[in-house]
Every structure is written in C-alpha cells, then in structure tokens.
Design a protein around this ligand. Sequence first.
Ligand code: RBV
Length: 418
Amino acid sequence: MENYKVKDIALADNGNKKIAWAESRMPVLMHLKEKYQNSKPLTGMRIAGCLHVTKETAVLVKTLKAAGAEISWSGCNPLSTQDDVAAALAAQDLSIYAWHGQSVEDFYWCIDKTLELKPMLTLDDGADLIFRVHSKKTELAKDMLGGTEETTTGVHRLRAMAEAGKLLYPVMAVNDAETKWDFDNVYGTGQSSIDGIVRATSILLAGKNFVVAGFGHCGRGCAMRARGMGARVIVTEVDPIAALKATLEGFEVMPMDKAAKIGDIFITATGVKDVIIARHFKDMRDGAVVCNTGHYDCELNLKDLYGLSGSVQEIRANNEACTLKNGNRVYLLAKGRLVNLAAAEGHPSEVMDMSFANQFLAMLFMAKNGKNLTNEVHTVSKEQDQEIASIKLKTMGISIDTLTPEQIAYIKDYTAGT
Ligand code: RBV
C-alpha cells in the first residue's frame, strides 16, 4: 500500500533538481549529515514532522533519515507545499502526506496519517501536530520522548500550554536559538516576503508607502528590505519598545488607523489576529496591496474584507482583486496565508541551513535526553548555537579572532577598572 499522498508523483524529477540546488547551499546541514550517517544516532526513532514541504525541508528530512530515523511528514500550511518536492520525497520511499491547496479537513487528515507511525518525537512549525496529539490523540503522548518547534507562533502556543500545565512532553524551542531567529526570522522573512509580493504583483517598490505591522524579528526584516528597494516604510506597533526601535531605525511609526489611509502595500508580521479589519480596508487607497507573513491567516480579517467586497476576482496567481462597495480595489495576496511561502519559495536555502541544523541537533538531543526533561519548553544550548555559527562561518570562508588567556582573565576580573 502507498504510504504517501501527494499531488503528482511524476513531478519527482523536478523536485530532485530543486533539492540538489538546496543541498548545494546548505553546507552546515550537509556537514551534519556526513557526520552522523555512519553512526546513525536516530536508529529506532520514529519522527512525525509537520513543516512546510519545501526544497530546504527536504534536505532536513533526508538528513534525519540518513541519521537512522523513520519518518512521516505533512506540510504545516495548506498553501506552502511545493508539489514537486513532495513527489521527490514520496519517490524516495518517505511517508509524506502533503499537497498545495488543501482544505482544512485535508490538512488535519494529513497530520492524522503521519501519526499512524506512532511517533516518539514530533517536529512542528506552528504547533498544529503536537496540539493534535494533545487534543485528539492523547494516547500517543505517553510514548513521546519530546518535540521541537520551528516558529515564534508555535513557541507562544506551547509556552501557553506549559503554563497551563497542559504540556504532556518536553519541547525544544528551536525558534529561539540565536542562529535561528536572528537570521531566518530577519533576513529569511525579509527577502522571501518581498519575493512573494513581487511574484504575485510585479509591483515597483521604489517610492511606495510600505506598511509593516509588527516590528519583531520578522517585521524588522521586511522593513529593512523594503527600504532597501526604495520604499518609504511605515511601521505599526503595540509594544512601546519595539516602536521606539523602529523609530530610531528611521522608520515612521503610526497607528494602523492612520497608516491605512496612506499605505500602498501592507504586510502583517505580528502573530496577533485582527490587525487589519473592516474600517482599515474601507479607508485604503484604490489599488492597495495587502498580505500577511505571520504564521496564521487571521492577522488580516478576511471575513471583513470579503464582506466589504462587491466582487472578488483572481487576477493572477496568488492575487485577488477585491472591489469594495465604495469602488476601491484592494488586492489580497495568497489569501492572507504566509505570502513568502505561498507566493514564493519560502526563505532561501542559505538561511534555512542554520534553522534546520538547529532542528536536526535538537532532534538528536531530544532523542537522547527527552526522557529526563521536564514537560516544559526548553531552549537550545549556547554550545549548539556557537557550533552552528562556527561551522557556517567556516563554510563561508570567514575566520575570526580568538581571545588570549590574558583577555579571558581580564573579562572575569571585576577589580580591573580605570
Ligand atoms: N520557513 N521554512 C522555509 N524554505 O523551508 N521558509 C520559511 C523553507 C519556516 C521559518 O523557519 C519560519 O519560522 C516558519 O517557516 C513559519 O511558518
């Protein structure tokens, strides 16, 4: 019996070409694959994963397999699966359930299929898989060694579960590694979100009012990159410290009520729902482009937007013209799903290299130590972060200085002053 469901297995050749491209740009993960493929420390480990099926994820999956794991996989967003990559993984006898353009029912069906493996480890991006275990398949929790979580929103959900005393096994917050969120969230989101906007619109960014909602790691990346393309960047925030950071970075900060009236392009990166709602849509200029790069599609209130629209027409891939009853057009990209993954290819391989090296090492750690950890959200060690940064630098041909013993002594010597 087939242990996969993908759009079209005949796309595997294309998928393999994409994966080879990603492999050539993910030297840290490839180094780890090389290092562990003989000793196979994940032998006997059953891992269920729920993470965007992209060429980069395929490199992670192949690395976990090379280290001995048995794997079942699903995508973590209905619109982010790259069908050729999914086909390539299925053709390599990996148990994978993922295709682009799923309904919510399909989405959970896929997760449930992956849980038939009776995993001992879960790997999440957004916490939908682990939440499924906790809500519908609790009988699986007792045999779990641990889980890992890739993204900010998932970590928030898991911390809330842990605080409520509901977490049934330990989880590693991969997102919070410095070599993940200071790079993936900033440069990855920044570049790939602009990429998604441009692919869906072919719009000129120079001279546009580009509104970024949220100035966390992801919002900062979008703001920086939009500015680099010549846009006038406006930031909206709810946190005074983040607002101050944006201001001192030279971005204009104002409430969404004001930004809505002047923005040409809007992107949400907040992790919060209802950031852009009816009154904002009504106030927008004719031709405004609206999209989201946060994990869930609730940041834009789509019910409001569709409710205000007299007609909705898909004018090109990932771009719907919503003609409001006041005659203005608002262009919605990728149905409010992550624009970088739905309308482009997600973060570039070079940056996912570090994120997925963290995922891989976190999996090794959980396989070995999960049994002895408390049912809380744990963070990756400083050593893991440093190791990944060091290998990355080495593969980039960059060397750095080393502290002398005298300098180390100086740092520790609190008596040394003026
Ligand atoms: N993300 N993965 C990719 N190319 O595979 N791109 C982005 C990829 C992850 C990223 O790590 C982020 O935390 C998460 O997607 C949001 O769902």
